[in-house]
Design a protein around this ligand. Structure first.
Ligand code: GCU
Length: 427
């Protein structure tokens, strides 16, 4: 009898299914149906700590609610905010005019030292050539997934020696130079008058799924009796060291630092905004579960899934909330509000259901109540859940058409939003 399906066809079909849904989505029951979202009670962001009534001033938020939320973030969700290292050194290992003379490229080796040793990572940076002591520019900073050398074709970009996910031997390769350049429109950003810096996240904490990344991470400089050493807190700490580097550079206006992060690094950028008040604006790009999305919706990725797949990203205490989101002491709208009154920007993508785009906007709309206490007037509503009609008010939001990704569209929106808040004119 003639075979109906060839083995090749079956393999191709399987590949299509795997590509369309993240691997873990197949092991867990994932809900994508709004009508099946469990009944839940969202913590009232305005509720006073003692449960008696609501706060009505920004001061009450800063003095009472914010510290309480910070303590939950540290003790229950992401792990403690790491201290500044005893010593941080910055060595400019490369400096050159690039992009036809429009920009200066710098590679800065950042060495952090504390009681148990030293650790280094390299920040790649592009700044407009015109930036100087008398004319400092605002700067973006974002971690990258594939190494600095993957962000551009530029042959001078150093290749990391750190462990790398998804490549043979877990070693960065020359052939991947420029492989992620679509996510890094350096030239366009510099043309808009901004500097942009990036660090390979694996140099801060190797994102090993089955193995332990802590011995090769920044945690090794601290006392090894530290109770917990989760990775998102470490990545976030690495971004803060990048901000330390900016503070030494006369060409950077360190009051105008805009942190961007995609996906797990979007979760990281939000935490950085919460932990480091030097962050002036913070964008979470498709950050999803334990990023911008409301956990209680349990739509797409859930606390159970994320803590099973990536336990080392978080504090062990997060495990308490597996399939028990409704008992979480806070939800992600309260993480977003930690930025207030500094502008926070949430970006989602229409096809990125895993990250629950609607739940991301819902969190922002709820967080807006805190911005209102600070006098903000331009705030989003659920009516902004419309593809490619960006909302740039006191906080920012857009829903890009397409997949889970960081694109030029996303970046140009961040530049527009930065123009509005940093008072730059559109170039
Ligand atoms: C996985 C994970 C997400 C994460 C994403 C990423 O899909 O489940 O939580 O945001 O990886 O970082 O790319």
């Amino acid at each position: 009898m003639k075979k109906l399906y060839s083995p090749k066809l079956i393999v191709a079909a399987m590949f299509a299914v795997f590509a369309a849904f993240p691997l873990c989505a197949q092991k867990f029951k994932v809900n994508y149906d709004e009508s099946k979202i469990p009944a839940y009670q969202l913590p009232n962001i305005l509720k006073k700590a003692d449960g008696q009534g609501e706060i009505s001033t920004s001061l009450e938020w800063l003095d009472s609610s914010r510290p309480r939320i910070l303590s939950v973030l540290e003790n229950e969700f992401y792990g403690r905010k790491l201290p500044r290292p005893a010593k941080t050194e910055f060595e400019v290992v490369d400096e050159a005019d690039v992009l036809n003379g429009a920009a200066v490229r710098k590679q800065v080796k950042i060495t952090v030292s504390d009681i148990a040793g030293s650790h280094s990572f390299t920040m790649l940076m592009y700044a407009p050539k015109s930036a100087s002591k008398g004319n400092p520019v605002p700067a973006f900073i974002a971690l990258n997934f594939k190494g600095n050398h993957a962000t551009s074709d530029d042959k001078e970009i150093l290749i990391t020696k750190a462990w790398m996910r998804g490549v043979k031997g877990n070693k960065a390769r020359e052939e991947d130079r420029g492989a992620a350049k679509k996510r890094w429109p350096f030239e366009e950003i510099v043309k808009r008058g901004y500097a942009i810096a990036t660090i390979y996240y694996g140099e801060i904490y190797p994102d090993k799924e089955k193995l332990d990344g802590t011995p090769e991470s920044v945690y090794r400089i601290f006392d090894s009796n530290a109770v917990e050493m989760p990775s998102i807190a470490a990545w976030s700490w690495g971004l803060s060291r990048g901000i330390d580097a900016f503070e030494t550079m006369p060409e950077i206006d360190s009051n105008k630092i805009f942190v961007v992060g995609h996906s797990r690094l979007g979760k990281t950028s939000l935490l950085t905004g919460a932990y480091d008040k030097r962050v002036a604006i913070c964008a979470s790009n498709d950050s999803g579960c334990m990023g911008a999305a409301i956990s209680r919706r349990a739509y797409g990725e859930t606390v159970d899934i994320i803590t099973t797949q990536f336990p080392f990203w978080f504090s062990k205490n997060l495990n308490k909330y597996k399939n028990a989101e409704n008992s979480m002491p806070i939800d992600q709208h309260q993480l977003l509000a930690m930025l207030a009154p500094r502008p926070v920007y949430v970006a989602s993508a229409t096809e990125d259901k895993w990250a629950d785009p609607k739940g991301e906007l819902m969190a922002l709309v709820e967080a807006a109540k805190i911005y209102k206490l600070f006098g903000a007037k331009e705030l989003p509503t659920m009516d902004n859940f419309v593809p490619e009609k960006p909302f740039h008010g006191d906080v920012g939001y857009h829903l890009r058409v397409g997949k889970h990704d960081l694109t030029v569209y996303d970046w140009m929106n961040y530049c527009d939003f930065a123009d509005k808040h940093f008072g730059q004119s559109k170039k």
